[in-house]
Design a protein around this ligand. Structure first.
Ligand code: ADE
Length: 248
């Protein structure tokens, strides 16, 4: 999967994403991240990419021309018959979720557009953007951090990026619940014992305990997710009782 990031700060994006798990995935060519400098495409003789907003108001706006030419150069490089989705990072966008990460991981190429200053000329947004995403209800100084957050989360969903193909499956949000608590050696640390059921070797019991823990955590910490889960899985509130044998 190939990510293209249109940005005025390419080093920030590359330094943030080329380490650890994503760095290894890039080395193995499972993912590729190109940070493309919008400034390289300006036709302004002083290399400017911003100007004052018509009608007045605070701050500067990113101009349409360098953004559009940068986009065209990326499209040419991708050379696909299908239009590549262009994601614009903005607090006005749809709030990004795990479901979006899963869905976007199915794309072969994605282009991220990172704004700065007070925004970008609306005409170029109307011309190229297919999706608008926010990473939460707060305002950041630019779109780079949101793009990095999304690329990290989407990449984890690309087959082969996580070492163990299972490790994405049981984690928080993936099935609509928060993840159960986990424990590693030693069996007793700081006077606290690992829950004995995890040492029992009974996989069915361990799975049932983990589901119970996930439900309990989700109910406490994220009642909104819990409500949605229980509506979709009413059986968790009324688990089937084991039939009792007669005479016992
Ligand atoms: N740009 C500035 N703030 C943002 C946010 N919260 N999400 C996405 N893009 C942004």
């Amino acid at each position: 999967m190939h990510f293209y990031v249109m940005t005025l700060f390419p080093e920030m994006v590359l330094e943030g994403l080329n380490t650890s798990i994503l760095g290894r995935a890039a080395e193995k060519n499972i993912i590729a991240i190109d940070a493309v400098n919008i400034r390289d495409y300006t036709l302004d003789k002083h290399n400017k990419t911003d100007d004052y907003p018509y009608g007045g108001g605070a701050g500067m706006l990113m101009q349409a021309q360098p953004v559009y030419d940068c986009y065209k150069a990326i499209e040419e490089k991708i050379a696909s018959n299908e239009k590549t989705r262009v994601l614009f990072m903005t607090p006005q966008g749809k709030t990004f979720t795990q479901q979006d990460a899963i869905e976007l991981a199915g794309e072969e190429n994605l282009i991220f557009l990172c704004g700065h200053y007070e925004g970008i000329d609306q005409r170029v947004l109307d011309a190229i953007v297919t999706d608008e995403y926010s990473i939460g209800d707060y305002v950041l100084t630019g779109g780079e951090l949101p793009a990095m957050v999304m690329i990290d989360s989407i990449s984890r969903m690309v087959p082969g990026v996580l070492g163990n193909s299972q490790s994405g499956e049981n984690e928080s949000f993936q099935n609509g619940l928060l993840e159960y608590p986990q424990y590693s050696r030693p069996e007793v640390w700081n006077g606290v014992q690992v829950p004995p059921i995890l040492l029992s070797g009974d996989h069915a019991k361990v799975d049932a305990w983990r589901l119970e823990q996930s439900l309990e955590r989700t109910r406490e910490k994220r009642p909104d997710l819990y409500k949605a889960y229980v509506e979709a899985h009413p059986e968790v509130l009324h688990p089937k009782k084991k039939k009792r044998r007669k005479n016992s």
